[in-house]
Ligand binder design. Structure first.
Ligand code: MD6
Ligand code: FE
Length: 214
């Protein structure tokens, strides 16, 4: 982190690959507000382990907020306006979420990003996300903004083919990844989470991914 002459923090924009940026600690200052608002969302749309189309139970627990929510079941992956557990619309995206996502996107050069979906992932020790592409969204010209909270995890950045070489980086509480343009369809994943304790999130890593899905 850099300090300018007046002591303000300069948040570094690190280019990982063309179109993929890491904003280290970008969400650090608002993390406690995000955490508080997240509890509100989860009281309406609690954690659940979805089924893959192949019938396996995902190790990552999920929820959503915003107009659209990402769901997986025997019928496949898609965005849905209702929470299948409650039959109700997903809870609205808290203003703190929207402000953070739009300002991170703008910092990375995507100043027209207006998310309508926020997928919320919870990893406990051993939970992982296998290499995948995010391709259920309508408009690939819009980026994805990903916010990490709680325990650190190793993020895998691959290429456009599953077998391409994979880059690794550790994501910490408050780090934001903006992922768009030529990086938008790259394979990526999360290695199995290592056990630990985080002062806010306890034994878990929480990830918020914001998308313009519809
Ligand atoms: C996670 N993230 O960090 C899972 N996808 O828990 C993703 O799958 C992801 O972080 C697209 C863009 C950024 C991401
Ligand atoms: Fe993804």
């Amino acid at each position: 982190m850099n300090h300018d002459l007046f002591g303000h923090m300069e948040q570094a924009l690190i280019t990982l690959q063309p179109g993929a940026f890491i904003l280290r600690d970008f969400a650090g200052d608002c993390a406690s507000q995000l955490w508080q608002d997240l509890q509100q969302v989860l009281s309406a749309a609690p954690w659940r382990h979805m089924q893959t189309p192949g019938g396996l139970t995902m190790s990552v627990a999920m929820s959503n907020c915003g107009r659209l929510g990402w769901v997986s079941d025997h019928a496949g992956y898609r965005y849905a306006v209702e929470d299948p557990l409650s039959g109700q619309p997903w809870p609205p995206m808290p203003p703190s979420f929207i402000t953070l996502a739009e300002s991170a996107a703008a910092k990375a050069g995507f100043d027209r990003f207006r998310p309508d979906a926020c997928l919320i992932n919870r990893y406990e020790a051993g939970a992982k996300l296998s290499l995948h592409q995010d391709k259920d969204e309508r408009d690939f010209s819009q980026p994805i903004v990903s916010v990490s909270l709680g325990l650190p995890a190793t993020f895998l950045f691959g290429g456009l083919k599953r077998t391409d070489p994979v880059l690794r980086t550790e994501l910490h509480h408050g780090d934001v990844v903006v992922w768009g343009g030529p990086a938008r369809l790259r394979y990526h994943g999360i290695l199995p989470l290592k056990a630990g304790q985080h002062c806010t999130a306890g034994n878990a890593r929480i990830n918020l991914t914001f998308r313009a899905a519809g």
